[in-house]
Design a protein around this ligand. Structure first.
Ligand code: SF4
Length: 477
């Protein structure tokens, strides 16, 4: 290989959108440092494993992958392995101790240092472990969106508005690995959306662990600095309106809000801002007040449903999705019956349902004496799926015959002649176009049939073509 040939990298991502967005930043930083993307491990010089500790057995899977990469590394001089993300944050020195061939272990607050750490590791004899316990508030580079980026898609983009979480849900490891809630400065967010729109992005998703509490810390800071009016600002709804007003942005989404912080001004902003999509992800977790209290969720089921009713009254054609955990420690048949009742009453468009599994380091993991038997949890899970899929199918069937605006995401996984895309309600639509249609285009499609997880439609017309460039560099703010 010639000395002038660039080094190649791949990033393997596990877990949530926050991690996927971090991976885009790591890729962007490596590319800014002169590396180019590899097509796979075989031609890569650097492999980054961006880990997640939410999934079951995440650590076993990581060490399995690292065992395989030891051989990969020994086959070529100069190859490097990076472990980043939540598991690296949580296990810190364990990674270096169990896999000494790793070059860099970096935490969730160190993403901005990816390229520098790789350089430092070239001269090190042992893994370099750099984990910051918390983000530094006045350092904007800590926000993933403020770093260079290598976006996976050129027509839509995630925009981080907040990092960390101030809640303490008993099943969740996020506060431990992502730290306290910090809101990104308002002007930086709106500025980034302007840049994205200028580069051809038409859909943005505002990202945070608890998006509708966005700005609380900024208000406290402003009041401390003597600005009394700061407490009057409902900042998340302001943000929806301002981001939705950016020229070129046709769709605004956000994830995830917390039911306890849902406020009418957010619904009003959703209803009054035409770019904000008619979709609300509204995580229930359980329909039992007793279990919600054990989880420390901060709301009761009746309040949850009441707010949902307010949202539906305010926003026409609102689609609603949720997350539900079954078999949380101590959940009884009666508790589960409440979950079924609330799920039926909420009439979800779709739901992510999970059987509880303990995450080491969380409060719920220590409630071993109350763990629900696996066969009981799995029966409950099946019963919940029936309720959720019934309402999903009903909601989808109600779209048959309707004209939907679809943002084209590309060929369907099963048949390259069929294109797939999403409606404003975030419903997946498959259709066969009469002629090639570029990814990132908007088309209208008439829905012809429905299944619980997707719609099928007939292409009607092309509404808009993408204007994006293939790569979108985002400068540090
Ligand atoms: S709100 Fe609860 S579930 Fe969501 S990130 Fe915070 S602690 Fe985890």
């Amino acid at each position: 290989m010639s000395g002038a040939e660039p080094r190649r990298y791949i990033v393997r991502t596990y877990g949530c959108q926050m991690n996927e967005h971090d991976s885009e930043r790591i890729a962007g930083l490596l590319e800014a440092d002169g590396l180019v993307r590899a097509s796979g491990e075989a031609d890569a010089d650097v492999v980054v494993l961006n880990t997640c500790c939410i999934r079951e057995n995440a650590d076993n899977k990581l060490y399995g992958n690292l065992g395989h990469l030891k051989t990969w590394k020994s086959r070529k001089d100069g190859r490097q392995i990076v472990v980043s993300g939540c598991l690296a944050q949580k296990d810190q020195d364990v990674v270096a101790a169990r896999a000494g061939h790793v070059d860099v272990v970096m935490g969730t607050h160190n993403v901005h240092r990816a390229a520098e750490l790789l350089h430092e590791a070239e001269h090190a004899d042992a893994p370099i472990t750099e984990i910051l316990d918390a983000a530094v508030i006045d350092d904007h580079a800590m926000f993933p969106s403020a770093l260079p980026v290598r976006r996976e898609h050129s027509y839509n983009a995630w925009v981080t508005i907040q990092i960390g979480c101030d809640n303490n849900c008993a099943f969740c490891i996020v506060p431990a690995v992502r730290g306290a809630e910090i809101s990104r400065p308002y002007a930086d967010i709106v500025g980034e959306v302007h840049q994205l729109a200028a580069a051809g992005v038409t859909e943005v998703t505002l990202l945070g662990q608890n998006v509708n509490s966005y700005g609380r810390d900024l208000q406290v800071a402003a009041r401390r600095a003597g600005d009394e009016s700061a407490k009057l600002r409902p900042l998340f709804s302001d943000l929806l309106r301002d981001v939705g007003a950016v020229d070129g942005i046709r769709r605004v989404r956000f994830t995830s809000p917390h039911p306890k912080d849902m406020r009418p001004d957010t619904f009003a902003a959703m209803a009054e801002t035409s770019a904000v999509c008619e979709h609300l992800h509204y995580p229930l977790q359980s329909g039992s007040d007793r279990v919600l209290a054990l989880m420390h969720r901060g709301y009761r089921a009746d309040r949850y449903l009441e707010r949902l009713g307010e949202a539906r009254a305010a926003i026409d054609e609102l689609a609603v999705s949720t997350d539900i955990i079954v078999g949380f420690p101590g959940e009884t048949d009666d508790d589960f019956a409440h979950t079924l009742e609330v799920a039926a009453a909420a009439e979800y468009d779709y739901a992510y349902t999970f059987i509880f599994s303990p995450r080491p380091g969380t409060e719920a993991a220590a409630m071993e004496a109350d763990f629900v038997a696996p066969d009981v949890a799995s029966q409950r899970f099946q019963r919940l799926r029936v309720v959720v899929e019934r309402s999903a199918l009903r909601k989808h069937e109600a779209r048959v015959g309707r004209l939907e605006e679809v943002l084209v995401e590309g060929p369907s996984k099963r048949d390259p002649a069929v294109l797939s895309g999403r409606t404003r309600q975030n419903k997946l639509v498959h259709f066969t176009p009469p002629r090639p249609v570029r990814t990132g285009s908007y088309v209208s499609a008439r829905v012809t049939s429905a299944a619980p997880h997707f719609l099928v439609g007939d292409f009607v017309e092309l509404l808009d073509e993408p204007t994006h460039k293939l790569r979108i560099p985002v400068a540090a703010g």
